[in-house]
Design a protein around this ligand. Structure first.
Ligand SMILES: O=C(O)CCC(=O)C1=CC=C[C@@H](O)[C@@H]1C(=O)O
Ligand SMILES: [Mg+2]
Length: 382
């Protein structure tokens, strides 16, 4: 397959409600959509980098820059037999995993479409449905948090993940357990808000039967997490600390975690996400698919990877309406039964692109051609 053209589209969509974490407040989703063309086929990818570099070092502008300056020209210069080659082609570049993943994801979708198979099947997925949970931001009061948890439990979500930060941790978790009982599948995500100096507080969370505590310590740490895991009954799940398959191998060997959250963008694309999944399966470490509040294209990629066998814990891939009133795919991604999404069987990501919705959200568009000059359209009014 020869990539003849790539389009980048920057879009900005309001969230249905603000999302607060220990890293800050989000009111909009801003991201880059990627189209890779070969012959009559088009594949779609999505960059999950946030608009500010608080989760990792990338942001929407760095992704655009890396794609334009290095990654797209490099893809134009070769013939590709299989999308697994893309991560190898990009491997000379350090990090910038989300930029690499956005383009690699488009090539995977293109490859699956050219071969008339679903992205799930192309990746070796075996599940026809996936169970999903929900991620709840930090609410202004415990009462408001309880109301959110109540409504998500009623919707049928299979896992409730709540964000915690210093000063909003033990009490909200206690209140959820007290109100909804011991059987609600509950976990907490700290986004690196603590240090080992907080060990006494973190040990108190052991009383609540959490499925896991996600990324309690430094975003770049696996040493202190190993110390903490030795002191905790509750499994630690690593998110921010795992950028590569090698990071995961080292964290597992050190005992820094017992569960890993796989985000396709954080690990550089679908090929590496699958390798990480395979490593964890071999080591007996369960995984689940994290979310970056993706719009429908990224969400569809998450569904495809979560159809692999060792994704045994419900992921964060909620239906589109959890965050958006309108999505870039149609139909909007939704439950087939409470807490359950169907893995599409149609070619590629298995959803149709909602071009009108993309146009309404479009901020910037640029087309790159293997044999011609690029063309740019900057959309005013933003
Ligand atoms: O996509 C979702 O629903 C999950 C959202 C979510 O929890 C996160 C998205 C992006 C950064 C973080 O705030 C967080 C996470 O760490 O998993
Ligand atoms: Mg997380």
């Amino acid at each position: 397959m020869k990539i003849e053209r790539v389009d980048l589209q920057r879009i900005k969509i309001p969230l249905t409600a603000p999302f607060v974490t220990s890293m800050g407040l989000e009111t909009h989703k801003e991201c880059i959509l990627v189209r890779a063309y070969s012959g009559t086929h088009v594949g779609f990818g999505e960059s999950v980098a946030m608009d500010v570099p608080v989760y990792n070092e990338e942001d929407v502008d760095t992704v655009w820059y890396m794609l334009e300056k290095y990654l797209i020209p490099q893809l134009f210069s070769r013939e590709i037999e299989h999308p697994d080659e893309v991560s190898q082609i990009f491997s000379w570049m350090r990090r910038n995993q989300m930029a690499k993943s956005a383009l690699e994801g488009a090539v995977w979708d293109l490859y699956a479409k050219m071969n008339g198979m679903s992205l799930s099947r192309a990746l070796g997925g075996t599940r026809t449905t996936i169970d999903v949970g929900v991620s709840i931001g930090i609410e202004p009061t415990i009462e408001k948090l309880l109301a959110r948890v109540d409504s998500f439990i009623r919707d049928g979500y299979k896992k409730i993940k709540v964000k915690i930060k210093p000063g909003f941790d033990v009490e909200p978790i206690r209140a959820i357990r007290h109100t909804f009982g011991p059987d609600v599948p509950l976990m907490a995500d700290a986004n690196s808000a603590y240090t080992l100096a907080d060990i006494d507080m973190l040990k108190q969370l052991d009383d609540f039967g959490l499925i896991m505590i996600e990324q309690p310590l430094g975003h770049d740490d696996i040493i202190d997490h190993a110390t903490l895991q030795r002191e905790l009954k509750t499994p630690i799940c690593l998110d921010e600390s795992i950028h590569t398959v090698e990071d995961a191998r080292k964290a597992i060997e050190l005992g820094s975690c017992r569960i890993i959250n796989i985000k396709i963008g954080r690990v550089g694309g679908l090929t590496d996400a699958r390798k990480l999944h395979d490593l964890c399966a071999a080591k007996g470490v369960p995984v689940w698919c994290g979310g970056m509040q993706e719009v429908g294209i990224g969400r569809a990629h998450n569904i495809a990877i979560a159809s692999l066998a060792n994704f045994t814990i419900p992921g964060d891939t909620s239906p589109s309406h959890r965050y958006f009133t309108e999505d870039v795919v149609t139909p909007m991604i939704d439950f087939v039964s409470p807490g359950v999404l169907a893995v599409p069987t149609g070619a590629g990501i298995g959803y149709t692109i909602n071009e009108a919705a993309i146009l309404r959200a479009l901020v910037q568009h640029k087309s790159y051609f293997a044999n011609q000059e690029s063309t740019t359209t900057v959309i005013p009014n933003w």
